[in-house]
Design a protein around this ligand. Structure first.
Ligand code: URA
Length: 210
């Protein structure tokens, strides 16, 4: 089990993140960097996966070699920006099962409302990694984890690119059993709930929308 909060301070992660934050970086560049950085973050969030061994024959002799144990893990993308992290992680863990959680914010109550939910079977037996590049207020992340727990998930991790202290505090209060892995803890939120200094709207930056 990782620490409650892991900030991945690897030089390659921090270098790529700086280019992603730069508003002059193109959509294509942003997307490519997000894919690259997601490999490095996936490496960190899976570093203590359970292992077993398997007997194999190398061209030289027989050995007991390490392989991953247990059921395939479940990657859950919190739509839509989660898909950017998901694609890169799947390149590293191609056998993972994949689910999607779609939430929008009700303009009156400001509370997240579910519009899509499709997750792999037997969530209770899998390591579940929920991905969303931005942990801002934490409202949608907390709601997404609520839904995953209702669907049976018991062993969940949350992977993001940037986190605001407000979002971390909200997640810790609601889901202290869900460790967070991020590339940076930024200063805070602006009056619109955007992370500062942040990188803007992650979905817009990766899909080229406004
Ligand atoms: N979502 C984003 O895409 N960016 C933020 O800064 C906050 C939430």
């Amino acid at each position: 089990m990782p620490d409650y909060l892991t900030v991945v301070d690897h030089p390659l992660v921090q270098h790529k993140l700086t280019i992603m934050r730069d508003k002059e970086t193109s959509t294509a560049g942003f997307r490519r960097l997000l894919r690259e950085i997601s490999h490095l973050l996936a490496y960190e969030v899976t570093r203590d996966l359970e292992m077993t061994t398997k007997t194999i024959q190398t061209p030289m002799r027989e050995i007991e070699a390490p392989i991953l144990d247990g059921k395939k893990l479940a990657l859950i993308s919190i739509l839509r920006a989660g898909n950017g992290l998901l694609d890169g992680i799947l390149e590293l863990i191609p056998a993972a099962r994949v689910g999607f959680v779609g939430l929008y914010r009700d303009e009156e109550t400001l509370q997240p409302v579910q519009y899509y939910f499709k997750v792999p079977e037997a969530l209770e037996d899998r390591l579940v990694i929920a991905v969303d590049p931005m942990l801002a207020t934490g409202n949608s992340s907390v709601a997404a984890i609520d839904l995953l727990k209702k669907a049976g998930a018991r062993n969940i991790r949350f992977l993001c690119l940037l986190a605001a202290p407000e979002g971390i505090a909200r997640m810790k209060e609601a889901h202290p059993d869900v460790p967070i892995v991020t590339a940076s803890v930024d200063e805070g939120l602006d009056e619109h709930g955007y992370i500062v200094p942040g990188l803007g709207d992650a979905g817009d930056r990766m899909f080229g929308t406004k």
